[in-house]
Design a protein. Structure first.
Length: 146
């Protein structure tokens, strides 16, 4: 098993259409985990952010209003198995104009460039958050089974 460098984990999480498994805490303390589409904002290499969308009234949206902390795990399910765990603090953005370019990038990553605008327009609307996740801690291991 090897620990990934910053460049390695950033490339790993952005490889192809890997989804992230997002963990938040429900009001009653139970965990809630769900897959999400996301991209990295790495314009500032010293302040990389995880960018994703969710409904204001979704379980994720309500949980992040109460407690802005979340975890995002991205893994490779093929041997020799690797994973990245990002522990983050969310900033919730409700401005559709600010969300649109990110929603288009996210849609393009998962649905292809030809459908990115369609998905971006669908997700950058009132009632949706753009979540800007400040990465507080990274755990990144490659080739777990060596």
């Amino acid at each position: 098993m090897e620990i990934m460098s910053d460049a390695q984990w950033r490339a790993f999480v952005m490889d192809g259409t890997r989804t992230g498994k997002l963990g938040v805490t429900r009001k009653d303390g139970r965990p809630h985990v769900t897959p999400i589409w996301f991209v990295l904002d790495d314009a500032d290499p010293d302040d990389v952010r995880v960018m994703w969308n969710t409904g204001v009234d979704s379980v994720k949206g309500r949980a992040l209003r109460r407690d802005p902390h979340f975890a995002l795990c991205v893994d490779d399910q093929q041997p020799p198995f690797s994973f990245v765990l990002l522990e983050c603090t969310a900033e919730l953005v409700e401005d559709p104009a600010a969300a649109l370019p990110w929603a288009v990038r996210i849609g393009s990553r998962y649905m292809g460039a030809e459908r990115g605008q369609e998905f971006g327009t669908r997700n950058a609307v009132p009632g949706e958050y753009l979540v800007r996740g400040r990465i507080d801690r990274v755990t990144a291991h490659a080739a777990i089974t060596g």
